[in-house]
Design a protein around this ligand. Structure first.
Ligand SMILES: Nc1nc2c(ncn2[C@@H]2O[C@H](COP(=O)(O)OP(=O)(O)OP(=O)(O)O)[C@@H](O)[C@H]2O)c(=O)[nH]1
Ligand SMILES: [Mg+2]
Length: 278
C-alpha cells in the first residue's frame, strides 16, 4: 500500500509553522525569523519514502489584512485549506489561545488537529491540544509524523504528485531570494518593517562560479540607506550570510551581487506585487 496526500499547516503568524515544516522535512524549505508575517507564499515541503509521499503546505500566518499583499497572503491561506487531506492548526505553546483564535480553529473544516508548538519554552501555557511539539528539540515530531502518514489516503498504486528527489516545489532561485529576505529581516532593526521584497535579476550557472544578482526592494526612500548601511556594511553582511547558504544549496562557488531599489508603497500596487512574484 502507498500513502499520498496533502497537509495544510495553518496558524497565527509566528506560531512556528515554517520551523515545523523544515524540521519534519529535514531541509530548509521555508525561511524563519523572529518577526511576524515572514511567510508570504504557500510553500510545499515534501516528505518522501518508498511507500509514502506527504506534501506539507506551509502558509502565511493568519492576521488581519492592512494592504493588498496581506489580502493575497490570506487568500493563500484559504486556498491551502481547501482540498487537503488533513489540517494541522499550530498554536504557540507560550501564548494563550484567545477567543478569536479558538473560534478560528473551530471553524476550520475536518479532519484537523491542534498542535501546540515551542514546548521547549519555559513559559508554557496550559490548553488542550492533540499534539505537543518542539521544532528546536525534536520533541513530539515522530509521533506527529506517524499520525500524519497514517491519515493520508491509501492506494495500491504509487500515484505520487512529485518526483521523489524533490523536497519542495520551489526553485533554487526562489529559495535564495527568500534567504536574502530572511537575512535582511533578521539583521535589520525594527525601523524596517515588512516592506521588503527580493527579486533575482540574474542567475548565471554557465561558468564554474554561479553569478547571482538580486535587488532588495524597500517601500520608502529612507529605508534604502538603512539597508545599505554605513559604507555598505549592512548589505555586505546580508550578502555574506546568503552566499554561505547559496553555496551549500548549489554545491558550487557563488558570486552574489545585491542592489537596493525603492518602490513607494509597493505592497498596495498590483503591478509591483505581480513583478515581485506575489
Ligand atoms: N523556542 C522555540 N522557538 C521556536 C520553535 N519553533 C519556532 N520558533 C521560533 O518562533 C519564531 C517564528 O517561527 P516561524 O517558523 O518563522 O513561524 P511562522 O509560523 O512560520 O511565522 P509566519 O511565517 O510569520 O507566519 C522564530 O523566532 C523561531 O525561531 C520551537 O520549537 N521552540
Ligand atoms: Mg512562516
Amino acid at each position: 500500500m502507498y500513502s499520498f496526500g496533502y497537509v495544510a499547516i495553518i496558524g497565527k503568524t509566528n506560531a512556528g509553522k515554517s520551523s515545523l515544516v523544515n524540521a519534519l522535512v529535514g531541509e530548509k524549505v521555508a525561511i524563519v525569523t523572529k518577526r511576524p508575517q515572514t511567510t508570504r507564499d504557500n510553500i510545499l515541503g515534501i516528505l518522501n519514502e518508498e511507500n509514502y509521499q506527504v506534501v506539507l503546505v506551509d502558509t502565511p500566518g493568519v492576521h488581519h489584512s492592512k494592504n493588498k499583499l496581506d489580502k493575497k497572503m490570506m487568500k493563500n491561506v484559504r486556498s491551502a485549506i481547501s482540498g487537503v487531506d488533513l489540517i494541522l492548526y499550530l498554536a504557540d505553546g507560550s501564548k494563550i489561545m484567545d477567543q478569536e483564535e479558538i473560534e478560528y480553529f473551530q471553524h476550520l473544516p475536518q479532519p484537523k488537529v491542534l498542535v501546540k508548538t515551542k514546548i521547549d519554552k519555559k513559559e508554557l501555557k496550559n490548553f488542550a491540544c492533540d499534539f505537543e511539539v518542539s521544532s528546536f528539540t525534536g520533541q513530539g515530531l515522530i509521533e506527529l509524523k506517524n499520525f500524519i502518514i497514517d491519515k493520508m489516503p491509501k492506494s495500491d498504486e504509487k500515484n505520487f504528485a512529485f518526483d521523489q528527489d524533490y523536497y519542495t516545489d520551489k526553485s533554487v532561485k526562489f529559495l535564495i531570494a527568500e534567504e536574502i529576505r530572511q537575512n535582511a529581516l533578521n539583521l535589520l532593526n525594527d525601523e524596517i518593517p515588512h516592506g521588503i521584497a527580493v527579486v533575482i535579476e540574474k542567475f548565471d550557472e554557465k561558468s564554474e562560479i554561479v553569478v547571482i544578482e538580486a535587488t532588495i526592494i524597500v517601500e520608502q526612500e529612507r529605508h534604502k540607506g538603512i539597508v545599505i548601511g554605513k559604507g555598505g556594511q549592512m548589505l555586505k553582511k546580508i550578502g555574506q550570510q546568503t552566499r554561505a547558504f547559496a553555496e551549500e544549496l548549489l554545491d558550487q562557488k557563488v558570486l552574489l551581487k545585491l542592489f537596493v531599489k525603492v518602490d513607494k508603497d509597493w505592497r498596495n500596487k498590483d503591478k509591483s506585487l505581480k513583478d515581485f512574484g506575489y
